[in-house]
Design a protein around this ligand. Structure first.
Ligand code: FPP
Length: 241
């Protein structure tokens, strides 16, 4: 367990933290390294931060690993990212030993068959874990997720299982990849960008945001703690007074 200082003990932990792991390319460029080196360093940071968040008791974490728009990148970079995820999936002890429940969110049907198989295995293997629930968003897009949810609701209406008037916010939430999970309380985006980039756009309705210039491979547990401290300073009124 990390050694908590007095201040940290008093901190209210966000139940769900979502992270946009941005800045790998720039981190590599500054070091005159190929982009693949930035992603490799970013994957290591991801594991360190997931480990730390689980240790301090965060219940849900969602990371953006590959968006529906990332297919526009050169094939070599896409292959590199898929290989990093393969390595992570093969090394199942990452989450097994840590009691982390892992779930991949996004349209996984277009991923290579071997990856889909690894994902199924790992999700099954970790299904009974009682520690942090870790969502890894791959081929994920927030609008795409909502479109899929709407289609599923429409199909239920067509089948006579649902009345249009019964479609409320909960009904939509239940059709999202994150069904049954609390919405993110805190969304972290490093690397000096101030966008949501189609990430959890439905679930982010009342999230607090924390931005930083740090590039993702340089992101350390102390930065996660800074974000949590900032979150503690926010007054969340959810539209009330
Ligand atoms: C954005 O940085 C980052 C990505 C598109 C990929 C994030 C993926 C990882 C950190 C590895 C994931 C691995 C596992 C095991 C889940 P960028 O390339 O857009 O950076 P730039 O804006 O500086 O070019």
């Amino acid at each position: 367990m990390p050694n908590f200082g007095k201040n940290e003990e008093k901190l209210r932990l966000p139940r769900h933290i979502a992270i946009i792991m941005d800045g790998n390319g720039r981190w590599a460029k500054r070091r005159f390294l190929p982009r693949s080196a930035g992603h490799r360093a970013g994957a290591k940071t991801f594991q360190d931060i997931a480990h730390y968040a689980n240790q301090i008791g965060v219940k849900y974490m969602t990371v953006y690993a590959f968006s529906t728009e990332n297919w526009k990148r050169p094939k070599e970079e896409i292959d590199n990212l898929m290989n990093l995820m393969r390595d992570y999936l093969k090394d199942a002890k990452n989450f097994k030993e840590e009691n982390i429940q892992v779930q991949f969110i996004g349209d996984l049907s277009v991923l290579p068959e071997d990856m889909q198989e690894l994902i199924r295995e790992d999700e099954e293997l970790s299904a009974s874990a009682t520690g942090m629930h870790l969502n890894i968003a791959v081929n994920y897009g927030g609008r795409d997720e909502i479109v899929r949810a709407v289609r599923r609701l429409a199909a239920k209406v067509e089948a006579g299982e649902l009345q249009p008037a019964d479609i409320d916010e909960q009904a939509v939430s239940r059709e999202l990849y994150t069904a049954g999970q609390p919405d993110p309380d805190l969304i972290i985006r490093p690397s000096g960008e101030y966008r949501l980039s189609n990430y959890l756009i439905w679930q982010a309705a009342y999230a607090e945001f924390w931005f930083s210039d740090i590039l993702w491979p340089d992101f350390k547990p102390k930065h996660l703690m800074q974000a949590i401290e900032a979150y503690n300073g926010r007054s969340r009124r959810f539209g009330g007074v």
